[in-house]
Each structure stands twice: as C-alpha cells, then as structure tokens.
Design a protein around this ligand. Structure first.
Ligand code: ZN
Ligand code: ZN
Length: 261
C-alpha cells in the first residue's frame, strides 16, 4: 500500500506526502516549513518521519519552504534536477552546506529512496527543468504530474502502470480567456510550456483510465482565478469512460489521506 496526501496545491504553494510503512517522502516544499508541519499534524503525519524531498522544478510555489526545512531537519535529503538547482540557488541552502544532502537527478533517471522506487518523468513547463514522478513500492504505483503545458506520449508511457495519479487541472478555457489576466499571462498559461487545462487533463486521464489500471485521481494546481473545483470535476468527469475516483486538491487545506492498494 502507498498513502498519499496533498498538503496544499496551487500557485500559492505546493507540497504532497507519499509514504508506505517504511518510507515517507515529500514532493515539493512550496509551502512554508511551518505550514507543512501544521498540515501534516492535521492529518496525523509526523514531519520527523520524512527522509527526503523530491523537487519538481524551481518555481517559488514548489520550493519556497526548502531552505527552512533543510535547517530544521538535519537528516532530510533533497532530490533535484541540477538545472533547476542552479537556476534558483537562493531557494536552496548554500551549496557547500547543501552538498552532502543534495542528490542530483537528470531527466529520465530512476533511483530508490528506502522502499520507494522513483522514476523521473521530464515534463513541458516554462522553468529551466521540470519533472513529474512515478513512485512505486512492491505493491502499487502512483504518478505525480503538475506544472505542464502539454502531455507527451512519453508521459503516457511512463504512467501506464500507475494505480493512482495526482494530475494538474489548472484552468478552464473560457474562464482564462474571459478572466482578469493580462494577454501575455493568458498566452503563457495557455502555451505548451505553461499549465494544463481541465480538458486536456481529462483527456489524458481517460487515456490512462482506458488501460484499466488507474483507479483514482486527485486534480491539482487549480487556478483560483481561472478555474473552479466543480468546473474542473465536471470537465474531467465528462471525458472519462472508466470508473475513476476523482478528488480535488485544495490550496488552503490538506486532502484526506488516500490509500492506494
Ligand atoms: Zn506551480
Ligand atoms: Zn511552475
């Protein structure tokens, strides 16, 4: 079994927990260390048990809590693409201090953290590097895909075996184009290296769902200006043929614990 909790998701900060009986890791630390601890406490998880932090990319909403977490917890190991690390060194601890606890991965690398096997999945996004993850233990597998403007065939192939998926559903087309963003920002969000709309998210989830392995999805990184939880749910649900348990991550509070069995 794997357990998954999203601690918060959206442009104001992202962090999630994945664990089994032996290993607990954090994906992204884009909330403050205080918020991460508080939200973990709220779902009955202990920050002290986290041994590693996987970083998707260097945007502030994914790394703003890194430095403080690093100082607070001596045994924490960090896993990050070196391109993202070099793009925003201020977000991370000083290199000399960081060296013994940083683990660089390149796009497409696979490695192990305790009982968890991590497959990195290159994604399309307007950061210097951007990574999704497929995480599995001996029982089940979970996919984590956020901050991507488009999905690729390679993304699909890397996630064929997952039982559960955290998937970005950032915006609704109409809300984006009729919404308050200036034109350049609308174009950025909509672009192939921006964020994923509800429709494309739903179509991708349906492709995976049709394989028969995927049983549940949590939609994440919903825009507060250009999306609405019910809109995201409806748009994705309308595209699904398979019976898939759909949940929506919130910016302000942790999700319930998902047990992937
Ligand atoms: Zn983001
Ligand atoms: Zn981003």
């Amino acid at each position: 079994m794997l357990k998954f909790v999203n601690l918060g998701s959206g442009s104001k900060g992202n962090a999630s927990i994945v664990c089994d009986a032996e290993t607990m890791i954090l994906i992204d630390a884009g909330l403050s260390a205080t918020q991460i601890k508080k939200r973990m406490d709220a779902v009955g998880f202990d920050l002290e048990n986290v041994t590693a932090v996987l970083i998707t990319h260097e945007h502030g909403d994914h790394v703003s809590g890194c430095k403080r977490l690093f100082e607070r917890q001596q045994r924490l190991q960090f896993y990050v693409n070196p391109i993202s690390y070099r793009a925003l060194p201020d977000a991370f601890p000083e290199p000399h201090q960081f060296a013994s606890r940083v683990n660089f991965f390149n796009a497409g690398d696979a490695f192990e953290i305790g009982s968890l096997k991590i497959q990195t999945i290159p994604t399309l996004h307007d950061s210097k590097s951007s990574t999704g993850f497929a995480i599995q233990n001996r029982d089940v597998a979970l996919g984590y895909m956020t901050d991507l403007g488009a999905v690729t065939e390679d993304n699909f192939l890397a996630l064929k075996h997952v039982d559960y998926l955290f998937m970005e559903a950032n915006y609704d087309h109409e809300m984006l184009w009729n919404g308050p963003y200036p034109p350049f920002l609308k174009a950025r969000v909509h672009g192939d290296r921006g964020h994923l709309c509800n429709t494309h998210s739903g179509e991708f989830i349906n492709l995976l769902g049709n394989l028969g392995q995927l049983r549940g999805v949590m939609l994440g990184h919903l825009s507060e200006k250009n999306n609405h939880p019910e809109k995201a749910r409806q748009t994705v649900e309308n595209r699904l043929n398979a019976d898939i348990d759909l949940r929506i991550a919130s910016q302000s509070e942790p999700s319930k614990i998902v047990e992937v069995e």
